[in-house]
Ligand binder design. Structure first.
Ligand code: KG4
Ligand code: ZN
Length: 367
């Protein structure tokens, strides 16, 4: 007999326990998270299948999610030593992201929800990044609204004013490449292996950041959009004649890496300074995404925040990059907010979405 699905409202006055799944790019992840911020278990498989291709191959990513997910979920439950009866809901990324992976993860999670007669909560991946800094004990301060988030990864580069659960004002975003994409492409031109960001940062330490004057796209213009393709082209022009990276002298490569890192960071800081001025009520500056691992960028973000007397929060690296804890945490925030508005949330019929604007996220709390 088919189970009757989720007719009873979740009691959100209690400490919820959520099983969550993330599969929107090249990380397959599962976690068990509780409302007080306790992470009972977390598992992640960062797909190695793409290394030989020098970038994420969507079809391969979807297949890899499919092969690893079931084992990861089992490991998560075993690690947490938890019974299904103690779990209140299942959450999974429903978008935005690579659609194959999102279909795999969300369908798997819906299957579990149906089998265990639990509610399914579909999570917007960007919303989850935006709420991560609010996980209790993740940072030195308990983050309150409103705050400014700079999200910077291989696929995303945007600045969001987070004013409440479900209420996000996108102040600006990239008009071409994401910052991580620019790091990866420049790293490739310098003969570094993928993903290039960490390798480029390491090489830049050996170089002179003032060796080359590179463009800082959109610097000094109003607004908080970003653009990195011109900078990437300028680096390509510097490397004319060195298409075979084996012939590239290491010192030259290091000088270019350092000059690129300085230029991209300077451009980013200029755009974020505009963002801070756009939302004078903001209480802090936060960052997330893989590029937020870059120590040079972090230092400049901290200096910018200090200049405007704002605290600066960067979650631990494993919660800056893609992970399932942030998906479970977003579900917890949504369920508690839903109980405040007497709304019953069940997203079992929500379809996976390659694009899913944050502006739509307030709709779930409307009657
Ligand atoms: O958030 P993430 O793990 O995955 C998504 O793209 O969603 O971010 C990966 C991106 C890659 O482009 C990688 O090169 C970049 O983050 N990245 C860095 C650093 N570590 C990772 N970029 C610059 N400096 C780093 N230290
Ligand atoms: Zn992400």
């Amino acid at each position: 007999m088919m189970p009757s699905i989720h007719q009873s409202k979740i009691k959100t006055n209690k400490n919820l326990t959520i099983l969550s799944i993330e599969s929107s790019c090249d990380d397959t992840a599962c976690a068990l998270v509780q409302s007080d911020g306790t992470v009972f278990a977390e598992q992640i498989y960062s797909q190695k299948e793409h290394i030989e291709f020098g970038g994420v191959v969507p079809e391969i990513a979807a297949r890899a999610h499919l092969s690893h997910l079931s084992t990861l979920v089992k490991k998560t439950i075993t690690q947490a030593q938890i019974n299904w009866s103690e779990i209140d809901a299942i959450a999974a990324t429903c978008g935005p992201g690579l659609i194959g992976g999102v279909i795999v993860g969300s369908s798997f999670a819906k299957g579990l929800a149906l089998a265990q007669n639990l509610p399914f909560i579909g999570i917007n991946h960007i919303e989850a990044h935006a709420l991560t800094v609010r996980i209790p004990n993740i940072s030195s301060v308990q983050v309150q609204f409103p705050y400014l988030l700079f999200l910077t990864s291989g696929g995303h580069c945007q600045c969001i004013h987070v004013t409440n659960i479900g209420e996000y004002q996108r102040l600006g975003g990239t008009i071409d490449d994401a910052a991580g994409e620019a790091f990866d492409k420049v790293a490739k031109m310098l003969g570094l292996s993928w993903p290039g960001g960490p390798a480029l940062e390491a090489l830049a330490k050996e170089g002179d950041e003032n060796a080359f004057s590179l463009p800082r796209p959109l610097y000094g213009r109003p607004g908080c959009d970003f653009s990195f393709s011109g900078l990437k082209t300028a680096v390509a022009n510097l490397l004319t004649g060195y298409e075979n990276t084996d012939t590239l002298p290491r010192q030259l490569a290091a000088d270019i890496a350092a000059s690129f890192q300085k230029a991209i960071t300077t451009a980013i800081i200029n755009r974020l300074e505009n963002a801070i001025k756009m939302v004078p009520d903001t209480t802090l500056l936060a960052t997330a995404g893989g590029v937020a691992a870059n120590q040079y960028l972090r230092k400049r973000l901290l200096a910018l925040a200090e200049q405007y007397k704002l605290p600066f929060i960067a979650p631990p690296m494993k919660y800056c990059t893609d992970n399932a804890v942030m998906i479970g945490w977003a579900a917890i925030e949504i369920l508690h907010q839903a109980s405040n508005t007497n709304k019953l949330i069940d997203d079992i019929s929500l379809l996976p979405r390659p694009r899913w604007p944050l502006s739509e996220m307030s709709e779930r709390f409307k009657h």
